[in-house]
Structures are given as structure tokens and as C-alpha cells.
Ligand binder design. Structure first.
Ligand code: PAF
Length: 282
């Protein structure tokens, strides 16, 4: 039986509702999202409930993290459907502000994390992670949640948010939740709905090539030919562009030349018009 559920649209209402819970002795988790919720997002709510006894979520399609040629206008939006899914998953509060509420006229403050956003996705999406850090710092500051839960599919985003929350003493513990995959292995993403059936089938080469590379590295293969084989597999599957396939340290995101504790294989590639990302621990 789903518990009580309410929707608020102003930051002061979010602050008050969560402070009220905390005054009653509850620990509160915040799950920030851009909506178009799938099982991966709902797993973030489930993860939140492991670390807190109340979960709030936010839905805000953040214009500041989209480039001028990106999919802000066509990004899927379904607040009523999302609210029903959140409630069913055990979330009790939804913060769904308008763009004018988040960024009123005169808004002029940005959060920029140095270093971590420079490479990988940040190299091909300039300004993207400044937009993410800005909106997430606003959400964490307004909520003052005990815990913030973010998906591990956006590993670079997670590393940046961890750094930002620690550097700014936001007081919210950042938790990463494991990637949720379709039965065939493709990581769930709101953007998967842009793929036509043919592209959806071929997109599977992304996790498959990373798994093959991970297994090869674990078996002692050298890094350069292993990554070259993964690039080739993606090209042969019809990916139009491979932005990167790299072995990096999972905290600093610096490139590694061999597997070591904390090593992670990360990739981004474009299928049709859809840019997909994925990563695996090595
Ligand atoms: O991962 C997302 O959905 C977004 O980047 C986030 C963290 C909600 C910030 O807009």
C-alpha cells in the first residue's frame, strides 16, 4: 500500500517538508532526476530506503546541462506518470519546480568543479557538468537531505557530485546505486526511447564490447589492443561515433594503463542520434 505522497514546487516548501521529517527523527534521502522514469530511477528510490526512512525525489529537466544542439526540447516529460511510479516505489515527496523557480531572472551563480569534468563526457559536452553541479548543489542545499542517491551509469557525474558535496560541506552523504540493465544487458536510460528497434538491437554492442574488454583485461591482456578491439566492435555494430573507451581510476577519472583496484572501463558512443554511455568495474 503506497504511503502519503505530495508534490511541492518551491524550494522553501522542500526545505520545510524535509526539515519537518528530520525534526520527527526521520533520516531523509533525496533522489534527483530529470523524469521520464524507468526501473533504474525506481531502484534509486529503493536504494534511498536502505539508507533513510523517508525518500523525496525531484523532477527537473535542467536546461543548464544541455548544449545548444542537444535534446532539451524533445527530452521526454510525463510528470503524472512519473509521480505515480515514485509513489508506488515508496517515495513520499516530489519536488517539481519550474525553470523560472530554479533560475529566476537575474540568476547568476554557478558551481564549477575543477578537473574532473574536463575529460570523458565533459570533453564532448562543454559546460554540461557545470550545469549538473549547479542544479544538484541547489537541490542538496534546499533539501538538506541526509543522503543523496545517484545512478552509477553516469559514473563521471557521480564522481563530480561526490567531490562537489564534500568540497562545499553540503552535509549530504552521496550514495551510488548500481546500474539497472534490460534483460539483454543494455543499461536503462531515458534516452533509450529515442532508439528505433534496429538501433536498439545494435546498441547492445556497447555493454558487450565493454564486458569483452573487461574479461580480457582480467585475463591479463594488454590495454591498447583490448581497447582497439572494443572500438572496432562498436564501429562494426554501426555506432556512428565513439567518444571514448577508457580505463580510468574510478575516483579521480585519470587514465590507467593497466587494471588496478578501483579501475573502471567507461565508454560513450553514438547510435543513430542517441548518445549512450556505460561503464563496468574491472
Ligand atoms: O542524472 C540526472 O538525471 C541529472 O543529471 C541530475 C543528476 C538529476 C541533475 O539534473
Amino acid at each position: 500500500m503506497p504511503s502519503a505522497f505530495s508534490i511541492v514546487r518551491e524550494p522553501a516548501q522542500l526545505t520545510a517538508a524535509i526539515a519537518d521529517w528530520q525534526r520527527q527523527g526521520h533520516r531523509v534521502a533525496l533522489v534527483p532526476t530529470m523524469g521520464a522514469l524507468h526501473a533504474g530511477h525506481l531502484a534509486l528510490v529503493t536504494e534511498g530506503l536502505k539508507h533513510a526512512d523517508k525518500v523525496a525525489a525531484s523532477i527537473f529537466v535542467n536546461p543548464k546541462q544541455f548544449g545548444p544542439l542537444e535534446d532539451l526540447d524533445r527530452y521526454p516529460r510525463d510528470e503524472a506518470g512519473d509521480a505515480a511510479k515514485l509513489r508506488e516505489a515508496g517515495c513520499e515527496l516530489l519536488y517539481a519546480p519550474s525553470v523560472a523557480t530554479m533560475y529566476p531572472p537575474g540568476f547568476a551563480s554557478y558551481v564549477k568543479v575543477a578537473g574532473l569534468p574536463d575529460r570523458l563526457c565533459g570533453a564532448v559536452r562543454p559546460g554540461h557538468f557545470d550545469g549538473v553541479a549547479t542544479v544538484v548543489s541547489k537541490l542538496l542545499a534546499a533539501s538538506r537531505a541526509d543522503v543523496g542517491v545517484f545512478g552509477e551509469k553516469d559514473w563521471q557525474q557521480l564522481a563530480i557530485i561526490r567531490r562537489m558535496a564534500a568540497d562545499l560541506d553540503l552535509g549530504t552523504r552521496i550514495i551510488g546505486a548500481g546500474i539497472v540493465r534490460d534483460q539483454d544487458g543494455l543499461a536503462l536510460s531515458s534516452r533509450n526511447m529515442y532508439l528505433n528497434p534496429d538501433e536498439r538491437g545494435r546498441a547492445l554492442a556497447l555493454p558487450q564490447s565493454l564486458i569483452a574488454a573487461r574479461d580480457a583485461l582480467r585475463g591479463g591482456a594488454a590495454l591498447a589492443p583490448t581497447l582497439a578491439a572494443a572500438y572496432l566492435a562498436l564501429a562494426q555494430a554501426g555506432f556512428l561515433r565513439v567518444d571514448y573507451i577508457e580505463l580510468v581510476d574510478e575516483e579521480t577519472l585519470t587514465p590507467l594503463d593497466r587494471p588496478e583496484p578501483g579501475a573502471r572501463l567507461m565508454a560513450a558512443a553514438v547510435m543513430g542520434t542517441t548518445r549512450l554511455i556505460d561503464n563496468f568495474a574491472v
